[in-house]
Design a protein around this ligand. Structure first.
Ligand code: HPA
Ligand code: MG
Length: 215
């Protein structure tokens, strides 16, 4: 089973969307001047995640699944998505028994993707055989190859964000929160050199923010 398909049901944020002014929302004062705008407010992320949880429940309800959370950037989305699936499982006749496993991917320095992708914690995923997986996070292509080798019955990928990259051959998740412009975003666990994970909204970093936290 392949995870590649059209982006038919994601919420699209267009290239000319200016975002919300930071003055409209609260955010940590230590980031003032480091951000250009709020591109997706936290509440909207939560509402969209609730709907993704329902779609997952509708399609996978009654399967046993192993959730593979991709750290660090995927931790918040994974936690919130699992939380919504748990709430649906409590309140309906359909349930999804879930086990949660964590792996770590690292490929970005500053705002650039580096060649070497490190997968940590995925040495032995043989327990995935015969299970359905909902992975959350980014940089899925390499990871999918790695996971497929363990022979799971089904693989489903959930990603909060997909960037509109021209001529991309990247895998598209089965469950997508938002399709966004090809800009570097931070917040909601997405970082720039480990900063901004402690920001609730998904924001566009400013040029001075990039300089301040550059390594
Ligand atoms: N922000 C943070 N991490 C990332 C991004 C981004 O826009 N793209 C890929 N990794
Ligand atoms: Mg990162």
């Amino acid at each position: 089973m392949t995870a590649t398909k059209c982006l038919s049901l994601s919420s699209q944020i267009s290239d000319d969307w200016p975002g919300y002014s930071l003055d409209l929302f609260s955010y940590p004062a230590h980031y003032s001047g480091d951000l250009d705008c709020v591109i997706i407010p936290h509440g909207v992320i939560m509402d969209r995640t609730e709907r993704l949880a329902r779609n997952i429940m509708d399609e996978l309800g009654d399967h046993d699944i192993v959730v593979l959370c991709v750290l660090k950037g995927g931790y918040q989305f994974c936690a919130d998505l699992v939380d919504r699936i748990k709430a649906l499982s409590r309140n309906s006749n359909r349930t999804i028994p879930m086990r949660v496993h964590f792996i770590r991917l690292k490929s970005y320095l500053n705002d650039q993707s580096t060649e070497d992708l490190h997968i940590l914690g995925a040495e032995d995923l043989s327990f995935l055989a015969g299970k359905a997986i909902v992975g959350t996070g980014k940089t899925m292509k390499t990871l999918l190859k790695h996971v497929e080798a363990f022979g799971p019955k089904m693989i489903k990928v959930a990603g909060l964000l997909v960037k509109r990259v021209p001529h991309s051959s990247a895998c598209v998740p089965d469950y997508v929160g938002f399709e966004i412009p090809n800009r570097f975003v931070v917040g909601y666990a997405l970082d720039y050199n480990e900063y901004f994970r402690d920001l609730n909204h998904i924001c566009v970093i400013s040029e001075s923010g990039k300089l301040k936290y550059k390594i």
